[in-house]
Design a protein around this ligand. Sequence first.
Ligand code: NDP
Ligand code: 2IT
Length: 447
Amino acid sequence: MKDNIEAFLDLVKERNGHEPEFLQAVEEVAETVIPYIVQHDIYYGKNILLRMVEPERLISFRVSWVDDSGEIQVNRGYRVQMNSAIGPYKGGLRFHPTVNASILKFLAFEQVFKNSLTTLPMGGGKGGSDFDPKGKSDNEIMRFCHAFMSELFRYIGPNTDVPAGDIGVGGREIGFLFGMYKKLRNEFTGVLTGKGQSWGGSLIRPEATGYGTVYFAKSMLETKGDSIKGKKVTVSGSGNVAQYAAEKILDLGGKVLTLSDSSGYIYDEDGIDRAKLAYVMELKNEKRGRISEYIEAYPKAKFVKGKTPWEVKCDVAMPCATQNELNGEDAKMLLDNGCMCVSEGANMPSTKEAVHTFQKARILYAPGKASNAGGVATSGLEMSQNSLRLKWSRKEVDNKLKDIMSDIHKSCLEYGKDEDGYIDYVRGANIAGFVKVADAMLAQGIV
Ligand code: NDP
Ligand code: 2IT
């Protein structure tokens, strides 16, 4: 078995050796899915995984725009169309200076499995740009988004590829992107998700990733007869996912101790309650400030510069910022401090060492492709509403989101339960996600 996995990874490394994040994501899938393929004749010998690691299409393009001082800026735009076996490509756009082909290929690869898990008919894709939105005026953001879409529009469409938000892309950016797409195509379609409520957006989409991550943690805790109530939770990030994870933790009676951004974390021993969370939402979403400003409003809390929240004692940890933000040392600290559950809101926030540390300690650990799938699932619900030309109520969407997260949890149990009862959510999510896509690929032949 080891030989099979190594031979496969050697081949992937030969072709993508300069893409560490992509290789990390592929390795995790290969380690769990290849043993399953070897045991199942219908998948064996068909090079299905080798086909899945090669994007169906990778588009890279120039984005030129003019900043407020009249200077011409040039950024690089991308869209990775990874797999369309079970539906149109679907996945977010990330605007962050670190964006490159490796990061977007890892995200697109994860997205294929995640979207398959949602039970909805969506293929996988991801895109974005190395554009840095920090410190840009609204007008600069608009000009960049318009320039970006003036090229991307050729490759997407409501039945082809439906982008959405990710780091650095929220409601404001989706509005500008949609506006340019509509103008160029002269069509009002559901080509993007995360739209505003008055022009085709779904209720609960902004909340969905964070809520879903907490619903998933709830399902995990229930396998131990436990709940979120009374739990001390450390959350990283302070963007879209972190904010709504915090809100749902409060709804379910948990205590939120931390939030962070790329400068450091804040620790509020008394808990970040609803009023404090409302302050954070305004600070981050309206004023576009830094999390360190929290201590000006709440001086009893402390700001720890340049560090991540994993040194704070907690029962449950929810990394909701970015990839590889929680390493092996952090995992050990969490375990030493009694952490019993990790539900990932971000994509691949735990390094390989951290994942193995959690699994060895047999705590409840869910990989992002399972626990953060609520965001894209609700994007799928937005697409359905757009096709039907109607709008479901908040309650309807939230109930569907809850059902989907519970179905994802069941799929993980189906493929990830060990004989001694331990649930390997990584194996469960990878195999369940793989089977649906692989079956569709087999049915459609070698294309
Ligand atoms: P936002 O842009 O709203 O927020 C990102 C947060 O993460 C900010 O607090 C940001 O801090 C922090 N962050 C970003 N890069 C780094 C870094 N290199 N080191 C430390 N902190 C960092 O993005 P989202 O909340 O939407 O996304 C967060 C994570 O969740 C990402 O991994 C994304 O892929 C994933 N995700 C998002 C979904 C969605 O629907 N939006 C769905 C599923 C997953 P700063 O302001 O300092 O950059
Ligand atoms: O990583 C993700 O799942 C997202 N950024 C959301 C993608 C989407 O299409 O809603």
